[in-house]
Design a protein around this ligand. Structure first.
Ligand code: ADP
Ligand code: MG
Length: 671
């Protein structure tokens, strides 16, 4: 058992102790007490059966042992339970501690990387170890695991990558698919794959030896969801069992706005200060769609908090979103200091994936960002991230966050009518993002019959979007892998390298002039990296930082890009691609490599100055942030579209017409 382990000093991100001097053993004891008190451990009774029809009505009120029995007896279990009841953190540990997982590893998949890293940190602390020992994680560009690792939190994207080299996922004895209610594209595809894998493994184990050997080969699947809508999953796996874990939910009083809000950031700020000034202590959690809104609200709350009278409680702002540094995200779990109100600004990551203690008030903007396939009057269409209204199910989850430790309050910045008109729950992403398959076919990753090609396999070896993997493979032919890797590494960093400042637009333009490349944004990015490398040769850390500040560049993004580049180099080495090959100052080879991957994202100039897609009917404009925004390039290739009131192409370079003709792109368009 874990309790017998020597006490290890913990220094990882999960170490959120308020006092460093406190003996770790007492902290460990406190953590164990928290664990034992979670609803999932206690098997709390519930008075009402949830109002859903379940084929097996023996909704056992279940404690740890009973739960383990169910896992033992069923190959597939669907585990439902309110957010915060302990599903994600406890179930993997129960499986490990009881020996039920046998010799194999336990995978826990998450749709979001922040969830994977922060949950791994917490569970590692509960196991009294570091992240990367018994408990590890694997997310894109970042893996912390070792030969000791038994529980691994990974994004669903990463488990897909593992499938390519280990099609039966043989190192895992249990795969837990978490947050299944979100119906993300990858979660759905994973569940479909797991069914086949389980059949194959269980068939194989039947023919073989007895006892231990047999156990080793079987695969257990546990599907976990925060909502009660589980019928579909259970139907997909005949013989599976649905289990309900009672959560602890106190009443939450919900207020709606009397009128619709035009500016939800401003309205969130006002609501926050009303709570802060008038309401008793308790932390506030504000749901916003994304990073930009979080940053802007952070600034305005800070500004006004400084002007409050000195007898007011202090305001402590914590933020939580995907691209934020993990250490920063971990801060939300620190205990709120005395005479202080914590204000947490989060995306829907805090809706069901992560439970932050101490929250009494929730402010819900009613917005989220969602990947969506836009088929708007087009033949083509776009996969794009857009801000949209949340669903009823999300609104309920958000409100629920206020009632975990006592009665709470939820302020919805939208009217009751808007709530009533919201969609019930999210449409499965697979219904929205099918253009991904078309892209894969066009760039050669899939063949006519939908089978993965040799090229597709090589593409899958890179931890990149297929379009960029394709560009790397093309760079081999064009002799510019060095340049292409650098640019892709910057594009793959979690934050943008160019810092935007609407107040200092002219200063920004002036400072960046020297990086500008005539062919467009891809080579401009390369110029930035080259200039930074030169500076790094002569300047120390603070000199480099100052240089970045002066040029409105995000140094963290550049450093992260450097790490990513190294990982891409390693993948190249595995595939026998010489990443040192360079085209010097040439630009055509680089852009054409991108053109091979981004064939879907090519467009040509029309008389009115807008661009028409070569493989689709949509019209795009060049984004104002692009170096090409006021040039009239005849044909362009671009990284992505952003959809605001207009459809903009972002990350744009000039590509030759003859290249597009060679791709058949222009022909496709005429056909
Ligand atoms: P579920 O998956 O059922 O929503 P979890 O297992 O995620 O529940 O959460 C169980 C408990 O663990 C919650 O009370 C949550 O606040 C706590 N927890 C999770 N991560 C951390 C952390 N990094 N620090 C402190 N507590 C945490
Ligand atoms: Mg969970």
């Amino acid at each position: 058992g874990v309790n017998g382990h020597a006490v290890v000093h913990m220094e990882d991100e999960a170490d959120t102790s308020s006092g460093r001097g406190v003996a770790t053993s007492s902290k460990y004891a406190a953590i164990q007490e928290q664990r034992a008190n979670l609803p999932i451990a206690r098997g709390e009774t519930h008075s009402t059966i949830p109002a859903i029809s379940i084929h097996d009505p023996s909704f056992a009120t279940i404690g740890k042992e009973a739960l383990l029995n169910e896992f033992r007896e069923h190959d597939v279990t669907v585990l439902l339970g309110e957010t915060g009841s302990g599903k994600t953190t406890q179930v993997p540990q129960y499986l490990l501690e009881s020996g039920l997982a046998g010799e194999g590893m336990i995978a826990v998949t998450q749709p979001r990387r922040v969830a994977a890293t922060s949950l791994a940190a917490r569970v590692a602390a509960e196991q009294n170890g570091r992240v990367g020992s018994v408990v590890g994680y694997s997310v894109r560009f970042d893996e912390r695991s070792s030969t000791d690792t038994r529980i691994k939190y990974l994004t669903d994207g990463m488990i897909f990558r593992e499938l390519l080299s280990d099609p039966l996922l043989s190192k895992y004895s249990v795969v837990i698919v978490d947050e299944a209610h979100e119906r993300s594209l990858r979660t759905d595809l994973l569940i479909a794959n797991l069914k086949t894998i389980q059949q194959k493994r269980n068939d194989a184990s039947q023919g073989k030896g007895k006892g231990k050997e047999k156990e080793k080969e079987r695969l257990k699947i546990i599907i976990m969801s925060a909502t009660l809508d589980a019928e579909k999953f259970a139907k997909f796996f005949p013989g599976s069992k649905i289990i309900y874990v009672q959560g602890r939910q106190h009443p939450v009083t919900i207020y709606h706005s009397a009128q619709g809000q035009l500016d939800y950031v401003d309205s969130a700020m006002r609501t926050f200060f009303q709570i802060h000034v008038d309401q008793p202590p308790g932390d506030v959690l504000i749901f916003l769609p994304g990073q930009e809104d979080i940053e802007s609200l952070d600034n305005s709350i800070r500004l006004y908090a400084n002007q409050l009278p000195p007898n007011q409680q202090e305001v402590l702002i914590c933020t939580m979103y995907a691209s934020q540094a993990p250490g920063q995200n971990a801060k939300v779990f620190n205990a709120t200091p005395p005479n202080t109100r914590k204000c947490i600004l989060a995306t829907n990551i805090a809706e069901t994936s992560i439970t932050i203690p101490g929250v009494k008030y929730v402010i819900d903007t009613g917005k989220c960002k969602e990947k969506r396939y836009l088929a708007k009057n087009t033949g083509g269409g776009f996969d794009t991230l857009m801000t949209r209204d949340i669903t009823k199910s999300s609104a309920m989850q958000r409100a629920g966050r206020a009632g975990r430790e006592g009665p709470g309050f939820c302020f919805r910045l939208y009217t009751e009518e808007s709530f009533k008109s919201m969609a019930l729950s999210a449409e499965p992403e697979i219904m929205r993002s099918i253009s991904a398959l078309k892209t894969l076919f066009l760039i050669g990753g899939l063949d006519q019959s939908g089978e993965i090609t040799q090229l597709g396999r090589e593409m899958a070896a890179f931890p990149l979007e297929p379009v960029y993997s394709r560009a790397v493979l093309a760079s081999k032919e064009y002799g510019c892998t060095n340049e292409v890797l650098t640019i892709i590494a910057v594009l793959s960093a979690s934050s943008k390298v160019f810092v935007d400042s609407s107040e200092q637009r002219d200063a920004v333009a002036e400072a960046r002039k020297k990086f500008k490349h005539g062919s467009g944004d891809h080579l401009t990015v390369l110029n930035v990296v080259r200039a930074y490398k030169d500076v790094a040769l002569s300047e120390n850390k603070s000199g480099r930082r100052e240089w970045c500040r002066k040029h409105f560049l995000n140094e963290r993004a550049l450093l992260e890009a450097n790490d990513i580049r190294e990982q891409l180099q390693q993948t190249c080495e595995r595939l026998g691609i010489d990443w040192k090959v360079s085209c010097g100052d040439g630009d055509e080879p680089v852009i054409q490599s991108f053109g091979q991957g981004l064939a879907m994202n090519t467009a040509f100039l029309q008389p009115d100055g807008t661009y028409k897609q070569t493989m689709g009917q949509s019209t795009v404009k060049i984004h104002p942030s692009s170096t090409l925004c006021d040039k009239k390039a005849p044909t362009i290739v671009y990284d992505e579209v952003v959809y605001t009131n207009q459809i903009y192409a972002r990350g744009v370079s000039i590509i030759s017409k003859s290249f597009l003709a060679g791709l058949g792109a222009l022909k496709v368009r005429q056909a």
